[in-house]
Design a protein around this ligand. Structure first.
Ligand code: AMP
Length: 437
């Protein structure tokens, strides 16, 4: 299937072509016709599946049929709610990219930055608002935003918005919107709360489910290195020194992320931390530096990293395992995106065995467990089930060996041939050319 069979205008197709998109991803193929038909939609799709374009493209087509520029609306016509400011900024970037031949005015509304510029932008007039619920509510209370002309509402990463305690704010926003509107809800998982929200605020939504809930991209290789807690930092340095790829490292606490970043910098690595205590401009700068390659290690907490669109990130390292198994899925969503290959490494101490067991249960997938020479833990991990025993690893860790195709396939190894095929289908180009290193 190609994009031109989906009913999108030439202005959008040109923008897609310029971005190198050749064929729609599964969520795009399923969602675009439903949205264009004006129906409400509940889509189960995790980050990395191309979900942003799945709602942004038909949204633009509905607001500007045939790519025709409209006189600027005084009040916004579409609202996209996201859980974090980073995701809001990224969604706006995507909307701008797809609409570059239409010329659409959009604004982002999120906390952590001054209200003034947001008020000015809203006063000048925008068609599309991308907002986090809390700050949008502030604007509603100050009457600096008028949502009475909203035609399309999109809830992006709805499950995360609920996890972050935004339900009351979302309900107040939803109640202020015209009831005659189209509502699209995107979520990695469909809990009973999400379903209740949909029942209350959506009209007979069409449901599509792309990836199984709680599954990760098939293009990600998972690997666990057992290690004593106190040796984790040295093992991390060892891995980062072996492989100079852009790497996102996850820590559990803000303080832990800061400390680790300082230690990495002291060891000569170019690293930055991103978490909730950082000011917005620090977070934006760290992300920009990471994207441009000025730094190659970004150390993040779960909340800060949620929804970060870092194109084709080759490696994610869990310095600490997440407390909730679902967060492993969200973390790993940063790699193996849009068909590219990814590697997810977890450094696991004895104290984290239970968390690892939960993750394996959730993924319904085995994870290769490999000791790294010189970093073997004093006691092996106790895990039940197949593939639980650590296999000793000689010499360089497998992830440092390139090309990937030479790696042996074993438990938990992914099928590289299939991954490459999928990526060729989407990008229509040479797979290795899209990989950062
Ligand atoms: P998302 O799930 O929206 O965060 O998208 C993940 C990544 O896939 C982004 O970097 C997009 O630019 C990219 N992407 C989305 N759709 C396509 C497509 N049809 N072909 C190639 N890349 C895509």
């Amino acid at each position: 299937m190609s994009f031109d069979t989906l009913g999108l205008s030439p202005a959008l197709l040109r923008a897609l072509d310029e971005q190198g998109y050749k064929v729609p991803t599964p969520v795009q193929a399923a969602a675009i016709p439903v949205v264009l038909a004006g129906q409400d939609l509940m889509a189960g799709a995790q980050t990395g599946t191309g979900k942003t374009a799945a709602f942004a493209l038909p949204l633009l087509e509905r607001l500007y049929p045939d790519g025709k520029r409209m006189p600027l609306a005084r009040r916004p016509r579409a609202l996209i709610l996201t859980p974090t400011r980073e995701l809001a900024a990224q969604v706006q970037d995507s909307v701008r990219g797809y609409s570059k031949h239409i010329g659409v005015k959009s604004a982002t509304i999120f906390g952590g930055v001054g209200m003034g510029p947001q008020i000015d932008a809203l006063r000048r007039g925008v068609d599309i608002v991308v907002a986090t619920p809390g700050r949008l509510l502030d604007h509603m209370q100050r009457r600096t935003v008028d949502l009475s002309d909203i035609e399309v509402l999109i809830l992006d990463e709805a499950d995360r918005m609920l996890d972050m305690g935004f339900l009351p704010a979302m309900k107040r926003v939803l109640s202020a919107l015209p009831s005659e509107r189209q509502t699209l809800l995107f979520s990695a998982t469909f809990s009973s709360e999400i379903k209740a929200l949909a029942n209350q605020f959506m009209r007979s939504p069409q449901e599509i489910q792309i990836a199984k809930p709680n599954s990760v991209a098939a293009t990600v290789t998972h690997r666990v290195h057992p290690v004593n807690m106190e040796a984790k930092r040295d093992l991390l340095l060892h891995l980062l020194n072996l492989d100079g790829s852009q790497t996102l490292v996850f820590g559990r606490t803000k303080h832990g992320c800061d400390k680790l970043t300082k230690q990495l910098e002291k060891a000569g690595l170019r690293a930055a931390a991103i978490h909730g205590n950082k000011r917005q401009n620090q977070r934006t700068r760290a992300l920009a530096d990471f994207k441009s390659g000025r730094i190659n290690v970004l150390v993040a907490t779960d909340i800060a990293a949620r929804g970060l669109d870092i194109d084709q990130l080759p490696m994610v390292i869990n310095f600490d395992l997440p407390m909730v198994a679902e967060d492993y899925v969200h973390r790993i969503g940063r790699t193996g995106r849009a068909g590219a290959e990814g590697l997810a490494i977890s450094l696991v101490s004895r104290a984290e065995e239970g968390l690892l067991r939960d993750i394996r249960k959730l993924l319904k997938q085995d994870i290769a467990i490999e000791n790294i020479e010189g970093f073997e833990p004093s006691q092996p991990l106790r895990l039940d089930g197949p593939g639980a025993g650590a296999r000793p690893q000689q010499g360089r860790p497998q992830h440092a060996r390139r090309p990937h195709a030479q790696q042996p396939r074993g438990n938990g190894e992914h099928d590289h041939a299939a991954a490459n095929k999928q990526r060729r289908r989407w990008r229509g180009g040479n797979p290795s050319a899209t990989r950062q290193s």
